[in-house]
Design a protein around this ligand. Structure first.
Ligand code: SAM
Length: 296
């Protein structure tokens, strides 16, 4: 169960999509003075070295964040993508990008004194790293690290006292049941707290559960009468292009991923309409790169 380590994937194309959506969503929610609670159900270790052993073994950031920062640094990024790049760059000194902030650190940097952040991480090593990394911030009681199951743990915090919350649900989907648990979490959360903002990341892979998940989340949002936004980013075909490799052969690495947001900020669609085509263009690994953006 604990084979997934986000350090292998930090800063890849899926993180670019997820963290761009996270930042744009938070920026909007933080415009109101009332306190916001952010619940990160699957937090990871919080900070990653892109030149460390894990990351350089997979080098996935080369197809993600490293295409957007110096020396690649494409000119004139869409504002949301620029905000994402600026966020990552803020964790680095000089021109090199060696450190990648995960969702806990991105969120913490944006929060104000009145806001709260609850971080769930079940993996003992990652939970320890996360707690150690967070302790350096001296964030005091604003940030809590809980070594608990995020699907269950989140329930005790919703609705939060000020009735404003963003729930980021970003499991590793290494076990099939994660897909159903995401669905169950949203169903339960919408009953407890129908006006919360719920952002779910999921992989787009040739697997029935992955294919069904956005459809099921859409149905839940529709039944609850809540607006939703669904953004996807594809960087390459999920099949090998070369016929010599054999019909149906799989390329290594994730080809695409999606973000499904219930109760999205009304600004998110416009922001992503500009940023997504640029993400697809700059992160393309073959000519199948594309994006979709759907709202309901
Ligand atoms: N959200 C992080 C970010 O954007 O930087 C990345 C999270 S990573 C995709 C998923 C994490 O969930 C892994 O670190 C894994 O150890 C952890 N995990 C797996 N099952 C969990 C569970 N039931 N509850 C909480 N954390 C879990």
């Amino acid at each position: 169960m604990f084979s997934y380590r986000h350090a292998f994937h930090a800063g890849n194309h899926a993180d670019v999509l997820k963290h761009t959506v996270l930042i744009a969503t938070l920026q909007h929610l933080l415009q109101k003075d009332a306190a916001l609670t952010v619940l990160d159900t699957h937090a990871g270790a919080g900070l990653y070295r892109l030149d460390g052993d894990y990351a350089s073994t997979s080098a996935e950031s080369a197809g993600g964040i490293l295409r957007l920062v110096p020396p690649a640094a494409p000119p004139a990024l869409a504002p949301a993508l620029q905000d994402y790049v600026d966020m990552v760059r803020a964790f680095n000194q000089g021109d090199a990008t060696r450190v990648y902030p995960g969702s806990p650190f991105i969120t913490q940097r944006l929060l104000r004194a009145q806001d709260k952040l609850k971080l769930f991480e079940l993996h003992p090593t990652d939970a320890r790293s996360l707690a150690g990394n967070i302790a350096q911030l001296e964030a005091g009681r604003q940030v809590a690290v809980l070594q608990e199951d995020g699907f269950e743990g989140v329930k005790k915090f919703i609705p939060p006292p000020a009735r404003r919350a963003l729930v980021l649900c970003d499991p590793s989907y290494e076990i099939k049941s994660d897909y159903l648990r995401v669905q169950a979490l949203l169903q339960d959360a919408l009953k407890r707290f129908a006006t919360g903002v719920y952002a779910v990341w999921y992989p787009i892979i040739p697997r029935a559960e992955a294919h069904d998940l956005p459809r099921r989340l859409k149905t839940l949002a529709q039944k609850a009468g809540k607006p939703w936004l669904h953004a996807t980013l594809t960087v390459k075909s999920s099949k090998l292009a070369s016929p010599a490799a054999g019909e149906g052969a799989r390329r290594p690495g994730l080809p695409a991923s999606g973000m499904f947001v219930v109760n999205p900020p009304f600004t998110l669609q416009g922001v992503l309409r500009e940023a997504l085509p640029q993400m697809a263009q700059l992160l393309a690994q073959d000519r199948n790169a594309s994006h979709t953006l759907e709202v309901g």
